[in-house]
Design a protein around this ligand. Structure first.
Ligand SMILES: Cc1ncc(COP(=O)(O)O)c(C=O)c1O
Length: 418
């Protein structure tokens, strides 16, 4: 038998951004005859060949429906699908694979928790949210307010773009039902102190859902170390496909919750007057699951775990620092939350006298893809006294040279609009 490899003695290869870029076929394309500079990663990230190949290979030579077939292809597709779940569990260090529920994305995952965990909510029960949430982590809770009289308690944000910890502590009461907060803001890049937030909530007896949509791609996620109760993220932001996401939940909580959607796959027994439900994770996965997408997600997460993530984080931190410095060096540019306590590689900014949409449209002609708008975070825009910002968000394949092209295009746009 081979001796197991001692991973602690293996030195990962240093991060090589050019080699990484070769993994992403789209990065060689041009738009308007200019090299594509893709800085809209917080909206959705590009896909490495390994993901594209895994999905194509399944469709070309391994495709069948999962779980209920007794034939070869169904069994092998089931194995690959369930392997993807094991990979996702490893990616977030879940202790049990069945604590990973495949959903259609983070939005779906949060709706699942609001609907099922919130099923016994009573008028006056309280839900703690923050003003920096994405609408996906606001609207499902508004449903509970509208339909059952739940009360939403809002954690404030400081001028530095951090969560106001005093406001957080004060939000708790004996009626607190759940805390639902973003791990990393999609509009500002602020990384919230997840462990501290969770400790405070647990001391008050409240469970915590973290919206990990942005954090999962930039930070190592360890749900056991965080002791988080629910964790949600989307496949398409972690270099995987659309149509797939993960809800992690502690099994005691998930077991106690009613199913979210009814249909095939999630039942144990159905008769004319009775239905009993399957166990985790199937209980929450009604209908044919996103098989191809789950396998693509598994490939994306394997891809990420195969990289030296500390080196990736250092590269992204360098891009953020460099881009912030260059952006702040421009006249008439205002950067929001340039230096909160901890920040991921997202830059929100406005150019005085120019609408963010105009900026985005003009620099698009130079091949630069950024986002402009409210970023599905209107309460945050209200807090900033803005209706929209421009947002550049960086991924592991971006380079300093691309930052330079972005700044150059921005300068030209500013002159043109000024
Ligand atoms: C912080 C955050 N939460 C939730 C979502 C919703 O993700 P999805 O649309 O993939 O469900 C996003 C997407 O931008 C996000 O950035």
């Amino acid at each position: 038998m081979n001796k197991p490899v001692d991973m602690t003695s293996v030195t990962p290869a240093p991060f090589n951004v050019q080699a990484v870029r070769e993994d992403f076929p789209i990065l060689t394309r041009k738009v308007y005859d200019k090299p594509l500079v893709y800085l809209d990663n917080a909206a959705s990230a590009q896909k490495p060949s390994i993901v594209i190949d895994a999905m194509t290979d399944l469709m070309e030579s391994g495709y069948a429906n999962v779980h209920r077939g007794l034939h070869y292809l169904s069994n092998s597709a089931t194995t690959r699908f369930e392997d993807a779940r094991k990979t996702a569990a490893r990616f977030i260090n879940a202790s049990e694979t069945h604590e990973v529920i495949f959903t259609s994305g983070a939005t779906d995952a949060i709706n699942l928790v609001a609907d099922s965990f919130g099923a016994d909510i009573k008028p006056g029960d309280e839900i703690i949210l923050s003003v920096m949430e994405h609408h996906s982590n606001i609207v499902p809770w508004h449903f509970l307010r509208e339909r059952f009289g739940a009360v939403l308690k809002w954690v404030k944000m400081t001028d530095t773009g951090d969560l106001d910890m005093e406001s957080y502590r004060q939000a708790f009461s004996p009626r607190t039902k759940i805390v639902a907060l973003t791990h990393m803001s999609n509009a500002l890049g602020t990384i919230n102190p997840a462990k501290e937030l969770i400790d405070i909530a647990h001391a008050q007896g409240a469970p915590v859902l973290l919206d990990g949509c942005q954090a999962a791609v930039h930070l190592p996620i360890d749900v056991q170390d965080l002791d988080v109760d629910f964790y949600a993220f989307s496949g398409h932001k972690v270099y995987g496909p659309t149509g797939i996401g993960v809800l992690y939940g502690k099994s005691n909580l998930l077991n106690a919750m009613r199913p979210y959607r009814g249909g095939g796959e999630m039942i144990e027994q159905v008769s004319l007057d009775k239905v009993t439900y399957g166990s985790l994770p199937q209980k929450f996965e009604a209908g044919t699951p996103p098989i191809i997408e789950a396998i693509g997600l598994g490939a994306a997460l394997e891809y990420m775990m195969g990289l030296d993530r500390a080196a990736v984080a250092a590269h992204e931190a360098d891009l953020l620092a460099y881009a912030t410095e260059r952006l702040e060096g421009l006249n008439s540019v205002r950067v929001f939350a340039a230096a909160p306590h901890q920040k991921g590689s997202i830059l929100s900014f406005v150019v005085e006298g120019a609408h963010p949409h105009d900026i985005s449209t003009i620099i698009d002609r130079a091949g630069i893809a950024i986002r402009a708008g409210h970023h599905c975070a209107q309460p945050l825009m209200d807090r900033l006294n803005m209706t929209a910002t421009a947002r550049a968000s960086f991924a592991l394949y971006n380079t300093r040279k691309e930052v330079d092209l972005f700044i150059e295009a921005l300068e030209k746009a500013r002159v043109l609009l000024g």
